[in-house]
Design a protein around this ligand. Structure first.
Ligand SMILES: Cc1ncc(COP(=O)(O)O)c(C=O)c1O
Length: 438
């Protein structure tokens, strides 16, 4: 058991989520598929239900409409605390990260000088690859040059040497994830920013934070992100609402909006009326992280119990520390049950040498020699009721560099336990033994 999370605290955390140990039909299962969408906090779900009773959209001068405006304003303030954004006014929403990243590319690329260079990353989900390629291709007269930066296979993070070799004064955009949804390792955003300061001082750093945000502290100011995008459904809230922080220069770029829509960001970036109820859950997520910070580090911020931003950060740190226990358990094994590093017949992708453990989120992609990912996924579910996922996880470039078309992905979150890890490892060992026996 992790020193931070007593068994009582861990039980309290699990109690706060829907479907931690049983699915919606009451079937006992182990949920290792958070990378596709996390479990939802009960409080976030309740907030959605409450706000769904709103009879009106915002902008009107009567109570329900003002309530809708309040829900949206509270959500923006909460997300500013979550990301350490300078102001809630620099946060806009869309229906998905996919849509928002496309919208950013469509605003940014036409504004760049001709022959600018755009760097994208082989660590990334296609949501942060395709919009840069397709939008650049739709502007042929600008002759934009889009280049893919490789990842280092030992760490699963952007290869900084390759970045340096491509970074020159023509580079105006670097689009990279905070963590790969396949390799599960944190990209070194500060180091990337450092390389850009020297070689490409005018480059904007556009970060896809979708996979990282449930796993650790995010500080858009200290990493020097010019835009940072994430989706509520990956961080303990519901589907249908994604968020972008953007710097003021990006927000001021010409962008598509209806003529009578507000001129002012962030609303000018939002298309049509957003459902105010969709905003309510993220406030509960942020309050939950602050609660976790207070539980794990009760004496850290004496005298400032209302400083939500700092408590949230401590909650995110607690998650990261605890998840490192899960990472070590998955890789090294639990009480004699061998871990992924030791399982013969398993090819594990990304960081798996102990010296790089600190880079990992508890996301593990692998293949079993001679098996499709679908076979492994089906066996684990049908025989052991363990939910993992197979396929390319919409990260085609990542798999292309790995030299495979698909992988099995076990993606955990802080509501998972070392006991669940042990059950998973035992099941995988059994699957391998069965395959060997034929
Ligand atoms: C790293 C990453 N980026 C982007 C996305 C796409 O997010 P959305 O479904 O909100 O478009 C995902 C979804 O799995 C993802 O894991």
């Amino acid at each position: 058991m992790n020193a931070l999370l007593s068994s009582a605290l861990q039980a309290a955390i699990r109690e706060k989520f829907w479907y931690v140990s049983e699915d919606s039909r009451g079937m006992a299962r182990i949920f290792f598929d958070s990378g596709a969408g996390s479990l939802v906090l009960k409080s976030a779900h309740a907030a959605l239900e409450r706000a769904s009773r709103l009879s009106s959209y915002g902008g009107g001068d009567f109570p329900d409409s003002r309530w809708a405006d309040e829900v949206v304003a509270e959500a923006r303030a909460a997300v500013a605390d979550l990301l350490n954004a300078p102001s809630p006014e620099q946060l806009f929403t869309g229906e998905s990260a996919t849509a928002i990243l496309r919208r950013l590319a469509e605003a940014i690329l036409p504004a760049l000088p001709d022959r600018s260079r755009i760097l994208i990353s082989a660590t990334d989900h296609n949501a942060n690859v395709d919009p840069w390629r397709t939008t650049a291709a739709s502007l042929p007269s600008k002759q934009l040059d889009v280049q893919l930066v490789r990842f280092d296979p030992k760490t699963g993070t952007m290869d900084l040497n390759h970045l340096e070799s491509l970074a020159d004064a023509r580079v105006r955009v670097v689009a990279v994830s905070h963590a790969s949804n396949v390799l599960g390792a944190e990209n070194p955003l500060r180091e990337i920013r450092h390389v850009l300061h020297r070689a490409a001082p005018e480059a904007w750093l556009i970060v896809d934070g979708v996979h990282f945000v449930p796993h650790g502290p995010v500080d858009v100011q200290s990493v020097g992100a010019d835009a940072y995008v994430f989706s509520s459904y990956k961080i303990f809230a519901q589907r249908g609402l994604s968020w972008a922080y953007a710097n003021e220069a990006i927000l001021r770029l010409p962008h598509y909006k209806l003529t009578p829509a507000p001129e002012r960001p962030p609303e000018s970036w939002e298309w049509g009326f957003r459902n105010p109820a969709d905003f309510a859950p993220i406030l509960e997520v942020v309050e939950y992280l602050a609660w976790l910070g207070r539980q794990c580090f009760p004496t850290s911020i004496p005298g400032t119990p209302s400083d939500r931003r700092r408590w949230v950060r401590l909650g995110q740190q607690a998650i990261r520390q605890y998840e490192h226990e899960l990472v070590r358990a998955m890789l090294d094994g639990v009480d004699g049950t061998p871990g992924l590093r030791a399982l013969e017949g398993v090819t594990l992708y990304g960081a798996h040498e102990p010296e790089f453990d600190h880079l990992k989120e508890p996301t593990f992609s692998f293949n079993v020699v001679g098996c499709s990912s679908g076979e492994v996924v089906a066996w684990l579910w049908q025989r052991r009721r363990i939910a993992v996922r197979g396929g390319n996880h919409y990260a085609v470039e990542t798999h292309r560099q790995l030299g495979v078309r698909e992988s099995v992905r076990a993606s955990l979150a802080h509501y998972n336990t070392v006991e669940e890890v042990r059950a998973f490892l035992q099941a995988l060992a059994e699957f391998l033994a069965e395959r060997t026996r034929g």
